[in-house]
Design a protein around this ligand. Structure first.
Ligand SMILES: CC(=O)SCCNC(=O)CCNC(=O)[C@H](O)C(C)(C)COP(=O)(O)OP(=O)(O)OC[C@H]1O[C@@H](n2cnc3c(N)ncnc32)[C@H](O)[C@@H]1OP(=O)(O)O
Ligand SMILES: CC(C)C(=O)C(=O)O
Ligand SMILES: [Mg+2]
Length: 559
């Protein structure tokens, strides 16, 4: 029998709601963030973090701007307990940061958690127990009332312990763990029962954290559940509704965003999304989503490389190259039409403008990425990207017809190599294709004199190694040189287009000339480079002619 059988599963039932309001809401400000990297993230690691790693990650979280940080499950492990003690005793918790610890609803664990927090200025004690149908029936084998009693008993123990440590400013947090698999009327009944013990006020609210412990439905269902809870929980004004989503269906961020639209005040997650199974909600992505909408995320993610380095070192998990906002490839375009569009938009973009660049939802520079990484070349690339690289890295302002001509050389190279082509390789191909094309005709010397608006040019060229003197006159040097070559070679050669610029900003800089000639009814491109602008132009003409010669009949060239 085939085990890949969808009939094994049942769909998640929709939430009956007469009128949901959240679809019409817009997020206008960042929620209160709480990082759970050091607890939920840590508990999911192959190798949990050692004290040094925990401290490095804690410092990063503080630097990024988190004001609430769940630092561990101190009753569960000595490492977590010692870490909490260390940051308290060594005064490593900034005044405006509140640490949070998680505990099960068991007296010994609660006592140990309070012990870990002794001497802490302010702290969040986070109590949880599972409330979902599957947990009640199969894991705990308890009735609804018995499960509620676990929560209420835990809330009482927490209250009692807190009373014994009055120097700490306590906030209590309760999570009906596996909330999304819990009947809503029962979830609210349990939360209200916990709040009846804790007696929150507007001035001293509780945090009710509603976890999608496992993501089991589409994000709109989660939003319905959050809006429903907000509408039905007692003393809403004294309750901070917090979200804690996981990413089992790949929608952890979407669920949190819709949850905020549905009225939540606070969001828990981890940097770059480490966490159980497919991970916790990725705060980097959610915060950057806000940022990209012009909303201050209240977190400083500008040093993304530092974030990536610390998180990957501490978790020992690599970052996917296509991870939103952070991956190595997310601001990179390989494909030709994307590169062309990006190049055109970036050319128009002025600092201070609103960002509106095709294919780039945000400015890579905001995250410490530079434009060089934006366009990378392989066999899918087009002229725009190649020209962008040569302009950015080598200062070449290639005219469009040369971009078209040159992209064929790069394309051929990329296909032959079956690999990405580096900027240095692109420039080498450019040099070999045009500037170094000095056979069969090479310029040796030239002289120009100008009389009555006519340039008289005589030049010594070698053709297949034989030195020849050519001369002609014209309204400009180019006309004179092309005329002399026409006479010598017997071609019908016409100048189609021409441009030049310097490669630096002083009189000693090299000049580069780009030329397109029509030779015997075919167009050929040439490039010349020299400290002397006239020599660069003559070299460009010969570069085009040298390209044409192999394609034309050999007998056109005189012996
Ligand atoms: C969704 C989440 O992320 S929840 C957080 C999960 N994180 C972790 O579990 C990481 C740290 N945990 C641990 O190291 C261990 O679980 C410990 C040290 C806390 C406890 O270990 P143990 O005492 O061996 O118990 P264990 O975790 O296996 O729990 C099983 C018992 O606790 C009970 N239990 C589990 N969770 C809770 C809870 N939140 N409140 C009350 N009782 C609970 C179970 O019913 C079970 O009871 P039983 O032994 O009577 O059958
Ligand atoms: C402890 C709770 C909040 C949790 O991590 C979850 O339910 O995912
Ligand atoms: Mg979790």
């Amino acid at each position: 029998m085939n085990s890949f059988d969808h009939r094994k599963y049942t769909p998640f039932a929709p939430i009956p709601m007469a009128k949901r309001r959240w679809p019409d809401q817009q997020i206008k400000q960042a929620p209160r963030w709480c990082s759970v990297d050091l607890r939920d993230g840590n508990q999911a690691l192959i190798e949990p973090m050692n004290p040094k790693q925990k401290l490095a990650l804690f410092k990063l979280l503080v630097d990024v701007g988190f004001k609430e940080i769940e630092v561990g499950f101190p009753a569960a492990s000595q490492t977590d307990f010692d870490f909490v003690r260390q940051i308290i005793e060594q005064g490593l918790i900034p005044e405006d940061v509140t640490i949070q610890v998680l505990t099960q609803s068991r007296e010994a664990l609660i006592k140990r958690s309070f012990e870990a927090l002794k001497g802490c200025r302010q702290a969040i004690m986070h109590l949880y127990n599972s409330t979902s149908t599957v947990q009640r029936e199969q894991v705990f084998a308890k009735s609804k009332n018995e499960i509620k009693a676990i929560a209420v008993q835990g809330a009482q123990w927490v209250k009692q312990q807190a009373a014994q440590q009055p120097d700490t400013q306590w906030t209590f947090q309760y999570s009906p763990e596996s909330f999304t698999g819990t009947e809503l009327d029962y979830a609210v009944e349990v939360c209200d029962a916990v709040n009846a013990v804790w007696q929150p006020t507007k001035e001293n609210p509780v945090i009710i954290n509603l976890p999608a412990t496992v993501e089991v439905a589409t994000p709109n269902i989660y939003a319905d559940q959050i809006e429903w809870m907000g509408d039905h929980i007692q003393h809403r004004e004294a309750v901070v509704i917090s979200l804690h989503t996981h990413n089992d269906r790949g929608c952890g961020v979407a669920a949190a965003e819709l949850g905020v639209m549905a009225g939540a005040d606070r969001v828990e997650g981890t940097l770059l999304g480490n966490g159980e199974r497919t991970g916790n909600m990725d705060i980097v992505t959610m915060a950057m989503n806000l940022y990209s909408q012009g909303i201050n995320p209240e977190l400083d993610l500008s040093n993304m490389d530092k974030i990536i380095q610390t998180v990957t070192e501490c978790t020992q998990l690599p970052l996917h190259p296509r991870h939103p906002y952070a991956g190595e490839l997310v601001f990179t375009a390989f494909s030709g039409s994307h590169q062309d569009a990006i190049k055109k938009c970036l050319q128009r973009y002025q600092p201070g403008d609103h960002w509106d660049v095709a294919y780039l939802p945000i400015d890579p520079a905001d995250l410490g990425r530079n434009y060089q990484e934006v366009i990378r070349i392989n066999s899918q690339s087009g002229k725009g990207g190649i020209a962008y690289i040569l302009e950015q890295d080598y200062g070449l302002q290639m005219p469009r017809w040369l971009q078209v001509d040159f992209s064929q050389y790069v394309q051929q190279y990329a296909e032959e190599e079956s690999a990405e082509v580096s900027p240095a390789s692109i420039y080498k191909i450019f040099e070999q294709s045009y500037i170094a094309r000095k056979q069969p005709i090479e310029l040796e010397a030239y002289q120009i004199s100008r009389q009555q608006e006519q340039d008289q040019l005589s030049a010594t060229i070698t053709i297949d190694g034989q030195s020849t003197l050519i001369n002609s006159s014209g309204q400009g040097v180019m006309e004179a040189f092309i005329g002399a070559l026409n006479k010598q070679l017997g071609y019908n050669m016409v100048l189609v287009d021409y441009s030049e610029h310097t490669l630096g900003d002083n009189e000693r800089s090299e000049a580069i000339s780009y030329i397109q000639l029509n030779i015997e009814n075919q167009r050929y491109c040439g490039v010349g480079k020299s400290k002397d602008i006239i020599e660069a132009s003559l070299e460009a003409v010969l570069s085009a002619v040298n390209c044409a010669i192999p394609a034309l009949k050999a007998d056109v060239i005189p012996a």
